[in-house]
Design a binder for this molecule. Sequence first.
Ligand SMILES: Nc1ncnc2c1ncn2[C@@H]1O[C@H](COP(=O)(O)OP(=O)(O)OP(=O)(O)O)[C@@H](O)[C@H]1O
Ligand SMILES: CC(C)(CO)[C@@H](O)C(=O)[O-]
Ligand code: BAL
Length: 272
Amino acid sequence: MKILNSPAKASEYRKSLKGSVGFVPTMGALHEGHLSLIKKAKSENDFVIVSIFVNPTQFLPGEDFNKYPRRLEADFEICKRAGVDAVFTPTPENMYSEDEILIKAPKVKGYILEGFFRPGHFDGVLQVVNKLFNIIRPTRAYFGKKDAQQLYLIKQMVKNFFFDIEIIECDTVREKDGLALSSRNIYLSEIERNRALSISKALKRAAKLSASIKDTEKIKEEMLKILDVDEMQYIAFVDRDFNYIKEIIPGNTIILIAAKVGETRLIDNIFI
Ligand SMILES: Nc1ncnc2c1ncn2[C@@H]1O[C@H](COP(=O)(O)OP(=O)(O)OP(=O)(O)O)[C@@H](O)[C@H]1O
Ligand SMILES: CC(C)(CO)[C@@H](O)C(=O)[O-]
Ligand code: BAL
């Protein structure tokens, strides 16, 4: 497995590949969720490249950029075992220059929900994914539905910038008890982890209720009875294009939650 630590090395490697390339962008601290993306990429392409880069421009001042888990050696081992062909590990210095041309997330859908609580976050995500796509030039790129708004915005960017890349949506991998896997789960104490479970439980209940109740306010009331968190940031009902909806549309509804348990901010969602 090749380790490519600069855009120049990654570009050179990419040029040597003849065949389809599946690309899995990550921030590392790999878990079964990431692994499911890697496995899917492996089954659908001739080559698989994973990037591991804790991108500074998508963290707001005061967020967890410094304490974000970094476990490069363990991640390499996981990738090697999964049959990854190359891991791209750039640095902020070789990815960014001063006074760059910037990409701006769309004014509405880049600044609601995650974009409202983390203003500018998606500008940073799109900036780095744009660079990654240009360096890796993948045939297919794999993203998790757990970051549903990110997935939607990346699909928009591919459309708006005419990238010739197929975006593959991957289902959220959960622990047996329902907790969505996330690199940030390691911040949770045992008690907090138990309380965090109320997020996936509320979503599961909402999905069940949505079969008989269409009014999203009524479903939200029921979700609030289950949720046991310290700071509720949002419970939202949107269609797959991230337009707010008042009534459940079967097959075209995403219910999203963002909440803090202790100091840890968690997101999760369910596609109806
Ligand atoms: N539980 C999961 N199931 C499927 N895909 C996931 C899961 N968690 C993350 N991913 C996907 O993996 C890719 C990389 O995500 P990232 O490295 O930020 O991991 P993360 O666990 O979501 O971290 P964070 O705690 O920062 O949210 C994204 O496309 C993300 O949607
Ligand atoms: C897509 C991504 C790798 C960009 O830094 C990140 O936002 C993530 O891990 O979801
Ligand atoms: N999974 C999205 C990356 C972030 O929270 O910054």
